[in-house]
Structure formats: C-alpha cells, structure tokens
Design a protein around this ligand. Structure first.
Ligand SMILES: Cc1cc2nc3c(=O)[nH]c(=O)nc-3n(C[C@H](O)[C@H](O)[C@H](O)COP(=O)(O)OP(=O)(O)OC[C@H]3O[C@@H](n4cnc5c(N)ncnc54)[C@H](O)[C@@H]3O)c2cc1C
Length: 470
C-alpha cells in the first residue's frame, strides 16, 4: 500500500532549519503519536511537522513539493476514514499548535480562528457572548475546526442548523506549491467568482491545507428540551421521523436508536428504557423559552398514529445532558464490547428510513452478522455497525458481500454512502458506485489543478488504480 517516501537528509535539514528540531520530528517515538486515527489503523509517517504559523505551512509545503515528499494534513486525528494517515509515507503536517481564536465579532456574528482550534474550546469562548458555531460532532471536545471543515462535519444539530458547509464564510489556505489563497470573506452574501470556500469544505485535505477560517455564528438558543420516545419496532420509529419534521418548529435533533442499541444502553447506562421498547427517538427542540415546551407536546401529539409505547416529559440541563452522554457513549461501548465493529455512516432521504431499516434487518438475518444501528435520523444519517469476530473466518469472508448489499440498498433508496465521515481510504473503492464517470473525472481534474504532482494527502478519496499518486 505504501511505496515509501523516506525523507532525504537534505530535505530533513531544510525542514529542521525551518521549524527547529523540536517541531520537525523524525524519532520513532514522536512519530508514533501521529500514526493513528479512529479507524484504529496504524500508519507510521516518516516525519511530523508541528506548524505554528501560516508562513510555516507555506514553507513546509514548498520544501516538500521541491523534494517530492507527500504531505498529510492532520488536526486532532479523530477522523473515521483514515484521512489523516500518511498512507504514502512522508510528512504529517499537524495544525494542533495553530490554535488561536483571533477575533469574535458580535456585531457581525463571525469568528476568525486558526485551523487547529478545538471545536469545544471555540464553543466555550462563544458561549460568553451567547453565540455558538452550529457544527456539533460528538467528538467536539477534541476535534479541530480545520478537521471539521475538511470533512464537512456535523452532529445531531444538523437537522436544524445544517453542516460545516453552511457555517463558513471564508477560508485562508495554502496550496501544495506553498502559495496562499483566500476565499470568501466576512460577509454573509458574496457572489464574486466561483464558490471556492465550498469547494475546499469537505475536500478531506486533498486540495489545500486550511490555515484560518471565518466562521458564521448563530445565537445560542435560550432553552433546549429533550424527550425520549419509545416504540415497539424500528419501522414505527423510523416512520415517525418524517412526521416530526413536518412540524412548524424544526427540531434541533432527532436521534434514532434501534433495539440492539437500546439493549446496550440498558446494560451499560442508567437511562430508564421500557422493557418492550425495540426502538427509540430522542427529540430535542431549541429556541426561545416562551411556549417551547408546548411545541414539544404538539409534536408528540402529532406522532400518536405511530403508536409510541411511551414518551418522557421534556427535560433540560443536567437531566438532558445525562441522556446525551449515554447516546454519545454508544460508539465507545460498541468498540469496547465487540471483537470488531465495522461502522458505516450511510444516509437516505428521511421518508426512506423505514425501507432502510427493513433492508438492514433482512441483510443481517440472511448473513448472520448482527447489525446495530443508531444515529442522526433527522437527516436520515444512520450509523450502521456490523459486529464481527475477526477470528471467525467464515463470517469474515461474508463481510465484503454484506457491505456491498448495504451500499447497494442505500443507493437504491437515493441515499449516499457517507453522511459525515467522508471517503478517505475506507470508501475510496466505492466512490464510483455513487458518482457518475463525468463527475468523477472532473473531480480528478480539479485535484490535478490544485496539486499536479499528487503530493497532498495521496491515497485518499479516489481508487488507487485511477489516480496518479506522486
Ligand atoms: C467519538 C467520535 C465521535 C465522532 N462524531 C462525529 C459526528 O458526530 N459527526 C461527524 O461528522 N464526525 C464525527 N466524528 C469524526 C471526526 O471527529 C470528524 O471527522 C472531525 O471533523 C475530524 O476532525 P480532526 O481535527 O480530528 O481531523 P483529523 O482526523 O485529524 O483529519 C480529518 C481529515 O481532515 C484533514 N484535515 C485536518 N485538518 C486539516 C486542515 N487544517 N486543512 C486541510 N485538511 C485538514 C485530514 O487530512 C483528514 O483527511 C467522530 C469521531 C469520534 C472519534
């Protein structure tokens, strides 16, 4: 997989001169910390560059291009698809020390931040002004804004506020040849030239290294109320989602948990769950306090036809936080309990959720591979977790075919292979299932214009056979 790209002595000396030996790391023990992401795969880079300024980013990229060394941008390494792993060797460029919040404009509702600012740190600072930046991945306490932008991340709040793409006004970034580019600006409107900001958002660090971002901010809702609604079947819960979305007030989250996810919560947390419940929705609304609780009640009334077994009174504050903690703990619990889990984050139009859940159940039954599903139902974005035992050769031989069936099902339902995790190395072999040939070719041409030598984050997004790498 990795042709190898050891750093020539002259390149190492130039890079050490630029950053100093404390920030250009080549010792094995230092590189180890940058060899991982949330896939659990280990890929040791040849060197790590800890940059602190945009000029240093320019310098590292310019030198690496001159020496033909691949560069892999990295934020906090929480990604799920191997995007920040140096699969072609070379330098991992870490933005973690570019972590200053440079400006918060309350009057114009934007913030200017460096790429390495941690999402949660930004939210704390903005909270002082009663503002927030809506992208809310569950990893917010550790992931960086640069990573959020590169992956177009979001969390439960996407049903109401959208994703990173909707909350970035402008970017500063550096191309592989070391040249800086500026896109967008500080205004909420602007139509001069192509929308380069949106091209860079979600490009998974393959087009440019983002150094700064101008983020659009929202007012913090005065109140948030959360209610748990349980159902006797996944189909009933999934069918209720579309109805909830037709309410006058758009919920700020509709999360879905299937029966197996509920079994895990029963075992591992203190969240009370009805014995007969085989599915649950977490419904959150946010906004001005006046009349908000009543709106929850109206929504709950509207889904009576879907025969909910029970719903809880809307809760807020610490009580709601306890439920959200349990929801966020599901991924780590699965990781701990299952010998191996394969986590796909497929997305379908919300009205097709019942068909998706039905199809997944059939695939699971036919293959004998347990599937645990939960996720952001308000966007139709479900985390489908296949639980397998790597020691069981018979089961492992089925995995490829089962994934193929899951992806085919999603595309037949007019969905997409990834709602938020992206492609990276994990889904590159499937990208042509979703994108047509002309669109794929155009994307590859765009990549060549930005990075003609294919040195920036090689081995990601496109199948290896189709793209010139390095
Ligand atoms: C427990 C957990 C929960 C999660 N929950 C969610 C969730 O709810 N929603 C969601 O969308 N994701 C979620 N994720 C995935 C992950 O947190 C997001 O993709 C996040 O945005 C990655 O940020 P990072 O700083 O860790 O980036 P990394 O993992 O370091 O990098 C991710 C990608 O971004 C690129 N990149 C990073 N910084 C830059 C930069 N400055 N310029 C250019 N490219 C760059 C890298 O090359 C790589 O391709 C979760 C992960 C974990 C571990």
């Amino acid at each position: 997989m990795r042709p190898g790209a050891a750093i020539p002595d002259s390149a190492r000396q130039d890079l050490e001169r630029l950053l100093g030996v404390d920030r250009f790391l080549t010792a094995g023990v230092d590189r180890e910390a940058y060899a991982w992401d949330n896939t659990g795969h280990r890929v040791l880079p040849d060197a790590v560059a800890l940059v602190t300024t945009e000029d240093e980013v320019c310098g590292v990229l310019r030198l690496c291009q001159a020496y033909r060394i691949p560069v892999t941008p990295r934020g906090a390494g929480t990604g799920n698809v191997g995007g920040c792993l140096a699969v072609f060797g070379g330098v991992v460029l870490s933005t973690q020390q570019m972590n200053r919040i440079l400006e918060v404009s309350v009057a114009d509702r934007y913030a200017v931040v460096e790429a390495g600012v941690v999402n949660g740190d930004l939210q704390k600072r903005l909270g002082d002004e009663d503002l927030f930046w809506p992208p809310d991945p569950s990893s917010a306490r550790s992931c960086t804004v640069g990573g959020n932008i590169a992956m177009c991340s979001a969390g439960p709040g996407a049903v109401r506020w959208g994703v990173a793409r909707d909350w970035v006004l402008g970017l500063e970034a550096v191309l592989m040849n070391g040249e800086k580019i500026r896109t967008g600006g500080r205004t909420t409107k602007g139509v001069v030239g192509f929308d380069m900001t949106r091209l860079l958002i979600g490009s998974e660090g393959t087009l440019a290294v983002v150094t700064r971002a101008i983020l659009k901010l929202a007012s913090k809702p005065e109140k948030r109320y959360l209610s748990r609604i349980s159902f006797a079947s996944v189909e009933l819960a999934a069918s209720a989602v579309s109805r909830l979305l037709s309410a006058r007030q758009i919920p700020s989250a509709i999360e879905f948990l299937d029966g197996s996810a509920l079994d895990l919560l029963r075992r591992e947390t203190s969240v009370p769950i009805a014995v007969e419940a085989r599915a649950m929705l977490l419904l959150e609304v946010a906004g001005a306090a006046l009349g908000l609780k009543e709106q929850v009640e109206v929504m709950l009334e509207s889904i009576k036809n879907f025969q909910p077994l029970e719903w809880t009174q809307p809760v807020e504050g610490a009580e709601a936080a306890r439920v959200w903690e349990a929801r966020s703990a599901l991924s780590p619990i699965l990781k701990r309990l299952a010998p191996k889990r394969i986590n796909e984050d497929v997305v379908v139009p919300v009205s097709r959720l019942p068909l998706l859940m039905d199809g997944l159940e059939k695939i699971s039954r036919a293959s004998g591979i347990p599937i645990v599903s939960f996720g952001h139902a308000g966007n139709g974005n479900i985390h489908v977790n296949l639980l397998v035992d790597p020691q069981n050769a018979t089961i492992m031989a089925l995995v490829g075919g089962v994934l193929d069936r899951v992806f085919r099902l999603v595309l037949d339902l007019d969905g997409s292979l990834s709602g938020e995790h992206g492609v990276g190395t994990q889904k590159r072999d499937y990208i042509a299932w979703e994108l047509d040939k002309n669109c794929l070719n155009l994307q590859k041409e765009i990549k060549r214009i930005f990075d003609p030598m294919g040195l920036l984050n090689p081995g990601k997004i496109w199948p290896l056979t189709e793209v010139q790498q390095g």
